[in-house]
Design a protein around this ligand. Structure first.
Ligand code: MN
Length: 426
């Protein structure tokens, strides 16, 4: 089983219940490992939300949950993520939380093998010493790890490739490389610490499975690179992505391909998010009506949900308002929300701009989606052919953008446009 980014101790929005959600998700993943009787677990970094400010109870819960794996004789192999780093890391010691859990026999900690001098033998982690450069939970199946290396990632990978070509001359039955790193092209930001799939090519013949962590959305590449996604939702911005979870991997070295990989989504608290544009609303009462209608719709949807956790609700007011946006009573919106949807918590952000202001400067904590919606609305609003069906064309454009990003064929995009036009003209 492969998981990553469990972020234990994340008190999202300052809410204790959210902290327990992350704990529940971790427990769920461990239960999956137990139920499937896996041979070993890979945890590709970011076990904790904050190694530099780790609470005793969070550490204690990790110890307790991991104990279930130990009792079942299932080793849990881990690399250190950027969130796991303890404070004072630079101060003479490399001992961190992951070491502490290895000392307590809860984890097997895989250190980067790359700093090794050429010719030096990598250290095999064993039951006696649960820290090493690689582990072999099953004879003939070596697992190597590379933790978070930030901007040095590319250089570390080059050294690792050299190390592998010199040291791994023997032919293992099945080999795994576990890494905590981002991959180019998976978010719009380009981070210096990312790897690109092409830069990994040299390792393709040496490793059968690359177990990634770091980015919180689920993705896989080439039946070779696997990123399970964070178990719980760490940011509203990722709510539209496929739900993160675990990979259950079945290996048959005689078969082609050698593995069968199944992703199981983690049952999560639901997030309900909606942006209302004040560009389309004449006064606060009309807005309250729209919100009420939306909340009733969500309540209906939630009724058929098997998840009994109350949702996290977020409502954003955006756009250039037709009236003074300060007239909106956010407390009233909160009361409506509590009465109709009864969420765990309700976040309301009024980012609407007063009439006549076309610019927006408060984009910092808007989701990308809201921002795009706002920009498109602004563009369509100023165009006589589109302004009367603003929402319609905004939605159609967002759909086309999505299709484009997913490398949709031109035909698919034409269909979306055709459908959008037919919907208006009948
Ligand atoms: Mn993470």
């Amino acid at each position: 089983m492969h998981m990553a980014d469990t972020h234990l101790g994340f008190r999202q929005y300052g809410h204790t219940e959210r902290e327990w959600d992350f704990d529940d998700a971790f427990r769920w993943a461990i239960d999956q490992a137990l139920a499937s009787q896996v041979d070993f677990v890979l945890l590709a970094g970011d076990l904790f939300q904050s190694g530099s400010n780790l609470q005793a109870i969070t550490f204690n819960n990790a110890v307790a949950h991991l104990e279930h794996l130990r009792e079942a004789g299932i080793p849990c192999l881990v690399v250190e993520g950027n969130h796991d780093l303890p404070p004072y890391r630079a101060y003479r010691t490399r001992f961190g939380w992951v070491n502490a859990l290895a000392e307590a026999s809860r984890l097997v900690y895989l250190l980067d093998a790359t700093p090794l001098e050429v010719g030096a033998e990598p250290v095999l982690a064993s039951d006696a010493s649960r820290v090493g450069h690689y582990a072999e939970p099953i004879p003939g199946v070596p697992i190597y790890g590379i933790g978070f290396n930030g901007a040095a990632t590319r250089a570390v990978l080059e050294r690792f490739e050299k190390f592998v070509s010199e040291q791994l001359a023997h032919n293992p039955d099945y080999a795994v490389l576990m890494m905590h790193t981002g991959v180019d092209g998976r978010t719009r930001e380009r981070a210096s610490g990312n790897i690109s799939v092409s830069s990994m090519r040299g390792l393709r013949s040496q490793f059968d499975y690359v177990a990634l962590g770091h980015y919180h959305m689920k993705f896989d590449e080439d039946n070779w690179l696997f990123n399970p996604g964070s178990l719980e939702l760490t940011s509203q911005d990722l709510a539209h992505e496929e739900t993160g979870g675990i990979y259950l991997v079945t290996v048959d070295t005689e078969a082609v391909p050698k593995h069968r990989v199944e992703h199981v989504a983690c049952p999560r608290r639901s997030f309900v998010h909606k942006a209302f544009s004040l560009a389309r609303t004449n006064d606060p009462d009309e807005l309250y009506g729209q919100i009420e209608e939306f909340l009733f719709g969500e309540r209906e949807k939630g009724a058929s949900d098997t998840n009994d956790k109350k949702p996290v609700l977020s409502i954003v007011l955006a756009g250039t308002s037709r009236f003074e946006p300060g007239l909106v009573d956010t407390q009233h919106i909160e009361e409506l929300s509590r009465r109709i949807l009864d969420p765990l918590l309700c976040r309301i952000a009024n980012r609407a701009l007063p009439p006549g202001i076309a610019a927006f400067d408060e984009a910092t904590d808007m989701s990308r989606r809201d921002l795009e919606e706002q920009v498109l609305e602004g563009l369509f609003e100023s165009h006589p052919d589109f302004s009367k069906d603003l929402t319609h064309w905004t939605n159609a454009t967002l759909e086309i953008m999505d299709a484009g990003l997913k490398q949709g064929a031109a035909d698919g995009i034409c269909n979306i446009l055709g459908n959008a036009r037919t919907a208006l003209t009948g």
